[in-house]
Design a protein around this ligand. Structure first.
Ligand SMILES: [Zn+2]
Length: 164
């Protein structure tokens, strides 16, 4: 039977982990939480790093989730404007759609930058983003001038991100 860790099983394990990271002495913690110094030492050496990794992964996932939410929201917004442009058939509305799309791209680039250090989420290969990109360019086929501007913006953003 594997040896159990009294710290991992402690109901205040998160609090203990936090205090360990803050550098509170093992003796203080042993007294405060009624666990042995040996158990605390072993936990700190063997279990704490894994806990930290888990916490970091949870944060990454949360970050990626909210990023995808935002992408979805922006996609809907850009598409509704491009829809209107299609119905109205005027370049001015189409250009408004282009501006929205461009703002969307800039935001995505910023978000991508924030996630860069994690390097686990690449928005430019995200299926939602790819479908948005395709739809935008398709709709803009009717507006060659606007299409060119968007295509250029896309290249700049994607180039920037790839180049980093
Ligand atoms: Zn432990």
């Amino acid at each position: 039977m594997p040896r159990r860790c009294t710290v991992c099983e402690h109901e205040k394990v998160e609090e203990i982990n936090r205090l360990l990271l803050e550098g509170v002495s093992l003796r203080d913690l042993a007294g405060r939480y009624s666990v042995s110094k040996t158990a605390l030492h072993r936990h700190k050496e063997s279990h704490l790093p894994a806990e930290l990794t888990k916490a970091r992964e949870a944060r990454e996932i949360a970050k990626a989730d909210s990023l995808l939410d935002q992408v979805t929201e922006l996609r809907d917004k850009a598409l509704s404007i491009l829809d209107k442009a299609e119905q109205a058939g005027d370049l001015r509305t189409a250009l408004q759609g282009v501006r929205e799309a461009k703002g969307c791209l800039e935001l995505l680039a910023r978000l991508q930058g924030e996630l860069q250090e994690q390097a686990t989420v690449n928005i430019l290969i995200n299926p939602q983003w790819l479908s948005l990109r395709t739809v935008i360019l398709e709709v803009l086929d009717r507006y060659p001038e606007a299409r060119q501007a968007v295509a250029q913006a896309l290249r700049e953003v994607e180039g920037d991100v790839v180049g980093q």
